[in-house]
Design a protein around this ligand. Structure first.
Ligand code: ASP
Ligand code: MG
Length: 423
């Protein structure tokens, strides 16, 4: 009756959070348990910044940001370990040295460089958590996800090689569980067949946890969150936010696909295939009822759900001579998006233009436009907000769009999407 738990960085931003994680793990450690952790606090963002400084040659900023990140980790370590003999300080220091080397090494391409640098966040958190759990008397075995999750070489958004990953997980994890140890591993990171570091996409730890749950045939996956459960909208934005007691896998896939940040989009499918329930559990009230995602559609339409994505760009791709944008052109346009690793959030096609909405990343937008500008007329708007409403009604749409300019609108029976800007 194996359980898989995932704890994200937001829960482990300080020593208190890590202490709480250890408390929850201890409460469940009498059963077979796999614990997946991500990088502490905002470490992944910090590592992205380090890489940017390294690539642009801003050595002074690089040094300062590197020391800040090191200090952040070392403060947490000092707060957690009073006894130096138990402290992982030396091991963490060694990883920081490796990170520094990685930042100095030239790479084949920026995506590969990204994976080499960013994976350190999870390495640090794995080491610190392992020592801390041991220190609190929990029998734990840290199995590096770098050795368990085998992927292709599509850096920053790698696809999992399920066959090899499955074999590796079974052969490494089951013996540790048999020895009554809690298995600790990291989310988000893996390696390709050549052993080079890869990552599964930002916020990918949920997906890692789902891979473990699926391969092990776990009886549940729990994602611990700093909210009361799965909400119908973001409580930080909407007063009327309510907890959802139960939604179906299908509804959850839709929500994650449209950008509900509570679950990574790839998480649901492996669980659905094996009918493994996903629980979203409140970190601050571990005993309260979790939200359940399962094979049950009975309550899906009970409440509307609102998903907001900020920092959107709308690129309109027009033909140069009023000729139609036809299937042949679309293939090339999609190839340019795929090559630049841009995920499309919404698109609309008219006779002479094709409009596409995606997350604004200045570097990617520039590279995409360079690829398309010879063949097409390009215009774009930034600073837009994408609203997706499931199970909408007119009154709700009205209240969400008052005072906003609508750039694009799409509607099916269940879902409405609006690309808007404050006017
Ligand atoms: N640490 C990674 C990130 O922040 C993965 C995760 O948190 O799931 O994107
Ligand atoms: Mg994170």
């Amino acid at each position: 009756m194996t359980k898989v738990f995932k704890f994200g960085g937001a829960l482990m931003k300080d020593a208190t959070g890590i202490g709480r994680v250890a408390g929850i793990v201890a409460d469940f450690s009498h059963e077979p348990l796999v614990v997946v952790v991500s990088a502490l606090g905002k470490t992944t963002n910090a590592l992205e910044n380090l890489l940017r400084f390294a690539l642009t040659g801003e050595t002074e900023q690089l040094r300062t940001a590197f020391e800040d990140l090191k200090q952040f980790h070392s403060n947490i370590v000092s707060a957690l370990f009073s006894d130096d003999t138990q402290s992982p300080a030396a091991a963490v220091e060694k990883e920081f040295d490796k990170l520094w080397d990685a930042l100095q090494t030239p790479y084949a391409d920026r995506y590969e460089a990204y994976d080499r640098v960013v994976c350190f966040g999870e390495e640090f958190s794995g080491i610190i958590l392992e020592s801390y759990l041991k220190n609190t008397g929990i029998a734990v075995s840290l199995l590096s996800a770098r050795c368990l999750i085998v992927t292709d070489s599509n850096h920053t958004d790698a696809s999992v090689n399920w066959e090899l990953t499955g074999k590796t997980i079974l052969s490494r994890v089951l013996p540790a569980l048999d020895e009554k140890k809690v298995v600790l591993t990291q989310g988000f990171i893996g390696s390709d067949l050549q052993g080079r570091p890869t990552t599964l996409g930002r916020e990918g730890s949920d997906f890692t946890a789902a891979i473990f749950a699926s391969v092990l045939g776990a009886d549940e996956l729990s994602i611990w969150k700093d909210v009361p459960g799965l909400m119908n909208c973001d409580p930080k934005r909407f007063e009327q936010a309510e907890k959802l007691p139960l939604i179906s896998y299908h509804e959850a896939i839709e929500l994650a696909f449209y950008g509900a940040s509570v679950i990574h989009p790839k998480t649901i499918q492996p669980l659905q295939l094996k009918n493994i329930p996903l629980k979203v559990r409140p970190f601050h009230q571990p005993d309260s009822e979790p939200s359940l995602i399962a094979d049950d559609t009975s309550r899906d339409s009970e409440k509307h759900k609102i998903i907001v994505k900020d920092k959107q760009v709308l690129l309109s791709i027009g033909s140069r001579n009023l000729s139609f944008i036809a299937e042949g052109n679309l293939t090339g346009i999609f190839e340019a998006f795929s090559k630049n690793k841009i995920h499309i959030n919404l698109m609309q096609h008219s006779a002479v233009s094709f409009s596409v909405c995606f997350n604004h990343d200045a570097d990617k937008l520039k590279a995409l436009m360079a690829d398309l500008k010879n063949d097409y007329l390009l215009k774009y708007n930034t600073g837009l907000q994408l609203l997706t409403i499931r199970h909408y009604n007119d009154e709700l749409i009205e209240s969400l769009t008052t005072g906003k300019k609508i750039y694009l609108e799409q509607k099916s029976r269940v879902t409405m999407q609006l690309l808007v800007k404050d006017s």
